[in-house]
Every structure is written in structure tokens, then in C-alpha cells.
Design a protein around this ligand. Structure first.
Ligand SMILES: Nc1nc2c(c(=O)[nH]1)N[C@H]1C(S)=C(S)[C@@H](COP(=O)(O)O)O[C@H]1N2
Ligand SMILES: [Mo]
Length: 444
């Protein structure tokens, strides 16, 4: 007679399923556990996916911190997160060189974040039995693990959902994206740290238990459960419908597909044409002003009467000076190829012409300001005013741009004048500038 727990593989080999649930699990838990039947679930598959995330998540966290630092949150008016406490530390005054650094960092943050979505979904799928295990906390170690699971599962879903909604300009979640994504990241990373500390050993051991190269030769027919004691391994395995290499190929292909339809928004060139999933990533045409518009002049409520010949730029320092657009155009101008790199991940490199900010600062008698408040004609909106750091005012490439690619700025790109600051996040390139207030110290 065949013992009840022993089965035959599709090729006739026999193996026995010796795994049992811990004695404490009751009948209901046992029933629940028996319903997870995929034979590919197990520590090895979970560890491979976990290993990818162990590399990817720290990059996300680091580029996220860089993005926070790039806003220069210590400057009055830049960071509207309330109660950030210790988490509001800033790493350093944001740099202005190399000019592509924020473009690279934020492009990586957004594209890698999207590319990791299939990996995260597969990882969640691979650990489903764990998420439903019962009782939830039989020991202290298990209770800690549970807590880390709540933080990382809740955290990752929250971070991915808010991140994706932000790049789609969907703010229906009803709280500030900036604040939510910021606090969510810290909760998530706390859980992540705990989880890695608890699981690193298991991951290493599991990765060693099967060779990737061998695993890639095993088809569906030969796929059977891992022969190890683990909550992840089905106690009631069904015949395989996909191999482990099939799961990895599916996840890899999904991630690659996400990369192909989004990376063009940062990389640029012909790749933009295939950036189908990047909302503002695609090409707009070939005219001097035919590139991505974040918010149009109409949406921002800019009136033609604000930008006609009556417009003046005011620069406030020890002296207050004001200039017409023609007066600005008569100043020594500078032309630079500089990117606009939006926090949403898209970026674009354009050739800007304008008055160096350092020149304007000197004219107002404040050649080395502590910071500068830049105020737009736009009456409200989160980016109607931003604060630049002193080094951003004095950087040789920083300018109040009047022209782009040899033509006047279009209304949507900030006519009559806009900020172009090397290496700054897009939001600090204020459009429709009205006034620049130079500050000699930290006072708001
Ligand atoms: N006044 C004002 N300036 C602004 C914005 C805005 O909403 N209002 N958006 C900012 C953001 S988020 C970005 S990414 C860039 C985009 O510039 P573009 O629309 O010319 O591409 O402008 C920045 N300047
Ligand atoms: Mo932006």
C-alpha cells in the first residue's frame, strides 16, 4: 500500500513529502495551508527574487534620499512636510555639478521602481503561505517577522502605488504625495532592515541549495517541490504548471517590457518614441519649444496681460533692481545645454540662453547670497515659489533663461523668463519668474 504522503513524479520517480506543519497549528490553519499547492513555491525561488530586491531596494532608498536632498529641504519654504523631526535631516547642500546628476538619479529611481514591480509581485506571490500563516505570532522571533512583513508588504504596496500615481499626475489619494511617499519610505525601510536581518541567513543558505544554472535546465515536467523544511513549500503540491525557470523568465520579461516602455523618457533620442507608458516622456515635435510641458501657462493661470511689455523682473537685494525683457536680453547672455529633470522621472536636454543668475545677484548688490526665493507670476500652486541655495545662484551655468534653442521661450515653457539651474530637480526651474529675493542669511 502507498503511504498517504508519498507520490509519484511525472517521470515515475517517487519522493516522499515529509513536511508537516508545526504541531501547534490547528486544523483550520492546516486546511488553509493545504490550499497553496504550487510546487515551485519554496525558499529557493523566494530567495532569488529576494536577492534581486536586496540589490534594487537600497538603490531606490538611496536615490529617494538623494531626491529629498536635491530639494534643499533645509531652506525655508522648500519642504512642506510637517512633523518630519529627525527624518528631516539633510545630507548636504545640493550640488550643481555634474548637471546630469539629478537626471540620472531620479531617472534611476523611477524606472528601477517600475521595473521592480513584477519582481515584487512575484515575491509576494511566492510567500503567500507565510502571509496567511496561523497563529500569527507563536514566538517572539515570529512576531518580529510578522511585524516586518506588515511594514514591508504594506510599505512596498504603498510606495509603489503612490509613486505610480504621482508619475501619472493622479493625486486622488488626497494627501500630499511628497509627505506620504516620504514617511512611507521610512516605515518601509524599517521593515526592510528588520526583514533582511532576520532572513539573510536563510536567503544565503537557500541560494546555495540549488544552482541557478541547473535550475534553468529544468522544464515543467520535472518541476517538483523543494525538499526542505519550510512554510513556503506546499504540503499538498499539485503537478507543476510552470517551472522555476518559467517563473523567472516571466518576471524577467515583464521587467524588461516595463523598462522598454519607460526608459526612453530619461534616455531620450529615438527611445522616447517607444516610451509608451511614460505619460510625459514622449516626443512632441521638432520645433525649438517642442518638448515636454509639465504645467501649461493656461493651467497655471498665467494671463497674457502679465507677460506683455509691462512685465518686469524684480531682483531684491541690498538694492532692488528691475528690468524689462529687452534690458535682460541686452545683458551678457550665456548659452548652455542643460536638462530639465522632473521628479516624475522624465527629463529632457535643451539649449538655453539667458542671463547668469550671478550677474543679476551682483546687480542687486548681493554677489554671494545665502539663498534666493524665486517667485512666479503663478498665483498659487506648489511650485509658485521655491528657494534656491547660494551655490545654485552663483554656479556659472545657472541662469534666468529667456530663450531655448535659439527661440523665445514659449508661454508654456515659462515666457517671459524662467530659471534653469544645473543639476536641480525640475521643480526648481521656476517658470514665469516675476521676482527674485536674495537673502543674506537663513531668515525666511
Ligand atoms: N511656476 C511654475 N514653475 C514650474 C512648475 C510649475 O508648476 N509652476 N513646474 C515645475 C516642474 S515640476 C517641472 S518638471 C518643470 C517643467 O518645465 P517644462 O514644463 O518647461 O518642461 O517646470 C517647473 N517649473
Ligand atoms: Mo517636475
Amino acid at each position: 500500500m502507498t503511504p498517504p504522503d508519498s507520490r509519484s513524479g511525472p517521470h515515475g520517480q517517487a519522493w516522499s513529502v515529509i513536511r508537516r506543519l508545526p504541531a501547534r497549528a490547528d486544523a483550520g490553519a492546516e486546511r488553509l495551508h493545504r490550499q497553496w499547492r504550487s510546487p515551485v513555491r519554496g525558499p529557493w525561488l523566494t530567495s532569488v527574487l529576494g536577492f534581486v530586491l536586496l540589490i534594487g531596494i537600497p538603490i531606490e532608498f538611496l536615490t529617494g534620499l538623494i531626491s529629498y536632498a536635491a530639494y534643499d529641504p533645509r531652506l525655508a519654504g522648500n519642504d512642506q512636510t510637517s512633523h518630519r523631526g529627525l527624518l528631516g535631516f539633510y545630507l548636504f547642500t545640493w550640488i550643481t555639478k555634474p548637471s546630469w546628476i539629478y537626471r540620472l538619479s531620479q531617472g534611476t529611481h523611477v524606472i528601477l521602481g517600475l521595473v521592480l514591480v513584477p519582481v515584487v509581485l512575484a515575491k509576494l506571490w511566492s510567500v503567500i503561505p507565510k502571509l496567511f500563516s496561523w497563529p500569527p505570532a507563536p514566538t517572539v522571533a515570529k512576531a518580529l517577522e510578522r511585524l516586518s512583513l506588515i511594514l514591508i508588504v504594506g510599505g512596498i504596496v504603498f510606495e509603489m502605488a503612490t509613486g505610480i500615481m504621482n508619475i501619472a499626475n493622479d493625486y486622488s489619494f488626497g494627501f500630499s504625495f511628497y509627505t506620504g511617499h516620504f514617511f512611507g519610505a521610512w516605515l518601509f525601510i524599517a521593515g526592510f532592515g528588520l526583514h533582511v536581518a532576520l532572513k539573510f541567513g536563510t536567503m544565503r543558505q537557500s541560494l546555495k541549495s540549488r544552482r541557478l544554472r541547473t535550475e534553468l535546465t529544468i522544464g515543467v515536467a520535472e518541476t517538483v517541490v523543494e525538499d526542505v523544511e519550510s512554510e513556503l513549500v506546499s504540503v499538498n503540491p499539485a503537478a507543476a504548471t510552470i517551472s522555476r525557470r518559467g517563473v523567472l523568465a516571466l518576471v524577467g520579461a515583464s521587467s524588461l517590457a516595463v523598462f522598454v516602455v519607460t526608459a526612453g523618457q530619461t534616455i531620450g533620442g529615438w527611445t522616447r518614441t517607444i516610451a509608451l507608458l511614460a505619460p510625459r516622456g514622449r516626443s512632441y515635435g521638432s520645433g525649438p519649444n517642442d518638448f515636454q510641458v509639465n504645467i501649461t501657462a493656461t493651467t497655471a493661470g498665467i494671463r497674457a496681460s502679465d507677460t506683455d511689455a509691462s512685465w518686469r523682473l524684480e531682483v531684491v537685494g541690498p538694492q532692488t533692481v528691475s528690468f524689462t525683457r529687452d534690458e535682460l536680453l541686452a545683458m551678457p547672455l550665456r548659452t548652455e545645454e542643460l536638462p530639465i529633470a522632473c521628479v516624475e522621472g522624465w527629463s529632457t536636454l535643451q539649449r538655453w540662453t539667458g542671463v547668469p543668475l550671478a550677474h543679476l545677484a551682483a546687480l542687486a548688490g548681493e554677489a554671494h547670497p545665502h539663498s534666493a526665493r524665486v517667485i512666479s507670476l503663478e498665483r498659487q500652486g506648489a511650485f509658485a515659489a521655491v528657494t534656491l541655495a547660494g551655490n545654485q545662484v552663483t554656479a556659472s551655468e545657472s541662469m534666468l533663461a529667456l530663450m531655448v534653442n535659439g527661440a523665445d521661450l514659449s508661454p508654456d515653457h515659462g515666457y517671459p523668463a524662467r530659471m534653469i539651474i544645473p543639476a536641480a530637480p525640475g521643480v526648481h526651474n521656476t517658470k514665469w519668474v516675476r521676482r527674485i529675493e536674495l537673502r543674506s542669511n537663513d531668515a525666511a
